[in-house]
Design a protein around this ligand. Structure first.
Ligand SMILES: [Zn+2]
Length: 350
């Protein structure tokens, strides 16, 4: 009985010591990022909740993650230093028109430490996303040529009005190389190619609207514009249940009314940053070098289902991915969500 009690006494002393050390350490550490009195109050509030969970004993006892509390805090401090960033407002550029905004991110160190204390070093980092004051919703009448350059992502856009035979080959390449992309469908093509449209959706690709009969949109009346967009949306919805909200005008031809009509139907008008010009049948290596030379964070890359594109894609995707680009859908590219690492290991060893 006595022995047990004295052991408990020693343990509670060491727990208390660890808790005090952690409290002092993390306040010092967090105060570097958030020097305001209010933030410090929050830290204390969080710690009173977190501290009982964290002890050196617990962390060392976790065989999969032999980290001391001190090491964890030092590492989290480093993660915060590398990844914390302020929000960026959406804006209208004279050349690129609407540049979408980007959330700020801040690592929640006490909450992350709490998760690591129970889950080990593989526990997820807890980042808070902080929305910008001005977002794309403030500029619905602007077309979009590119995403925010602060995200190391690019989006491949495949406009489909013909070339059906190449679509499965492109989907295979995307599946093999873990690429998600956006397919902008011509409505009349979609209406007669239901199985293919379903296959594109089932492959996890995003579906967008490329008008119904490939018209020069700027030459149409308002009523005709609405009809082109609505009939295509209906064909996509009927086949897949997906409500498209991205509109890529055929040949990139648009005027202000096109963008406003699309916005009125809840759709963003999407142009491109880099054109493969693959319909002119260049060599695959020319497509690869054309895109690779212009690669830039936030770029939208226009392509079509052609033999040349199928031949160029594996090498092109390899170049972009080895250079650290994630290839994502247009919606992901334009979203304000800032990508963050999942774990300490991902954050510090990438
Ligand atoms: Zn087209």
């Amino acid at each position: 009985m006595t022995r047990k009690r004295s052991r408990w006494y020693v343990m509670s002393i060491s727990r208390e010591a660890a808790i005090i050390a952690l409290c002092v350490g993390s306040v010092l550490l967090l105060s570097q990022f958030q020097p305001s009195a209010r933030a410090l109050e929050t830290v204390w509030g969080n710690l009173s909740h977190v501290a009982p969970e964290i002890s050196a004993v617990h962390l060392v006892a976790n065989a999969s993650a032999p980290l001391s509390g001190e090491t964890v805090y030092a590492q989290l401090q480093e993660v915060a230093k590398r990844y914390n960033a302020p929000p960026i407002d959406a804006r209208v550029d004279s050349v690129w028109k609407l540049i979408p905004g980007l959330n700020g991110v801040r690592l929640n160190i006490p909450e992350t430490a709490k998760r690591i204390a129970t889950g080990g070093s593989q526990a997820p980092l807890v980042f808070e996303q902080i929305p910008p004051a001005i977002t794309g919703r403030d500029f619905v009448a602007q077309p979009i040529y590119r995403g925010n350059p602060q995200k190391r992502q690019m989006a491949l856009m495949v406009n489909v009005a013909w070339g059906t035979e190449y679509v499965p080959k492109i989907l295979n390449i995307f599946a093999r190389l873990h690429v998600r992309a956006t397919f902008f469908l011509d409505g009349s093509w979609a209406a007669k190619s239901g199985a293919m449209v379903k296959m594109i959706a089932a492959a996890g690709m995003e579906l967008g609207n490329h008008a119904y009969t490939h018209p020069q949109m700027s030459t149409l009346t308002r009523v005709q514009m609405v009809s082109q967009i609505e009939r295509t949306n209906a064909a996509i919805l009927r086949t897949t249940g997906v409500k498209a909200d991205l509109f890529a005008p055929p040949s990139g031809d648009f005027n202000n009314m096109v963008v406003r009509v699309a916005a009125g139907l809840g759709m963003k008008t999407i142009l491109w940053t880099i054109d493969t010009i693959d319909w002119r049948k260049p060599s695959p290596s020319l497509i690869v070098s054309r895109v690779a030379a212009k690669r830039t964070p936030g770029a939208l890359v226009l392509m079509h289902p052609t033999a040349t594109t199928v031949a160029a894609l594996p090498e092109l995707i390899g170049i972009l991915q080895r250079d650290g680009y994630s290839l994502v859908t247009v919606s992901q590219l334009l979203s304000p969500v800032r990508p963050v690492p999942a774990t300490i290991k991902d954050a510090l060893h990438s």
